[in-house]
Design a binder for this molecule. Structure first.
Ligand code: ADP
Ligand code: MG
Length: 240
């Protein structure tokens, strides 16, 4: 579903992604870990072309994406993204937030978009909140709306960039449950998170990044219990 080969990205003199290779099969869940500044967000942003790659190739669902020749707005519909800060439209209700992109970007008829949004809100446990404005929601509820909103575009891949890092501890669980449900339904997901419990339960592959490179990747149990690289070991010791 996702194939990244020899991806490089710099900001000025700062070489942030160095020959990154990553493959994610359909329905696979990949958890990306690594210390702050290692390039995790940049990698996700390159996959969604919020940042433009410098060299290397990015294939999504068998199609190689080139910013010059690909209509990025159409392509981006295939890749849903959920951020640390939820970025909901404050002046729109929950339901309006979820139908906005399908109606405006995809020209889905409003009735149909509303019906589909209600199914998604049910799925994320917020069916009773459709008429509420974001400022009346908890952080966990906002993030679940953000997930429903991303799903409304029927993406082939979902990218999550530290989706629970801004939440009070007691609200983390409800968002992780929503993400686990999504994984169990077969969504292809790349998740940057420090929630190792989520990684152990839901990830098919854990990828450890350091200084713009993938140092090591493995099944959660293998990587957590028997990391092969010294760097991975010291990172895990620091966070576990
Ligand atoms: P992570 O998500 O792993 O913490 P990032 O991908 O956000 O890491 O950042 C990797 C490096 O790139 C950091 O040194 C960061 O300061 C730098 N960086 C990220 N975005 C930009 C940008 N838009 N301009 C300049 N430097 C950036
Ligand atoms: Mg980041």
């Amino acid at each position: 579903m996702v194939k990244v080969s020899s991806l490089n990205k710099s900001f000025g003199d700062l070489h942030v992604l160095k020959d990154v290779d990553l493959q994610v099969a359909e329905k696979e869940v990949v958890v990306l870990i690594g210390s702050s500044g290692s390039g995790k967000s940049t990698l996700l942003r390159c996959l969604n072309f919020l940042e433009m790659k410098e060299s290397g190739s990015i294939e999504i669902d068998g199609v190689q994406i080139e910013p010059k020749s690909t209509n990025l707005n159409v392509f981006r519909q295939n890749v849903g993204m959920v951020f640390q800060h939820f970025n909901l439209f404050p002046h729109k209700t929950v339901l309006e937030n979820v139908i906005e992109a399908p109606v405006v970007v995809k020209k889905v008829p409003k009735d149909q978009a509303i019906a589909e949004a209600r199914v998604l809100l049910e799925k994320v446990g917020l069916a009773d909140k459709e008429a509420v404005y974001p400022n009346k929601l908890s952080g966990g509820q906002k993030q679940r709306v953000a997930i429903a909103r991303a799903l409304a575009m029927k993406p082939k891949v979902m990218l999550f960039d530290e989706p629970t890092s801004a939440l009070d501890p007691e609200l983390v669980g409800e968002v992780l449950v929503t993400m686990k449900d999504l994984a169990a339904e077969g969504m292809t997901m790349i998740v940057v998170t420090h929630e190792m419990g989520f990684a152990k339960e839901a990830a098919d592959l854990v990828v450890y990044m350091h200084d713009g490179q993938i140092v090591e990747a493995g099944k959660p149990m293998d990587l957590f219990t028997a990391p092969k690289q010294e760097r991975t070991r010291s990172f895990l010791q620091a966070i576990l």
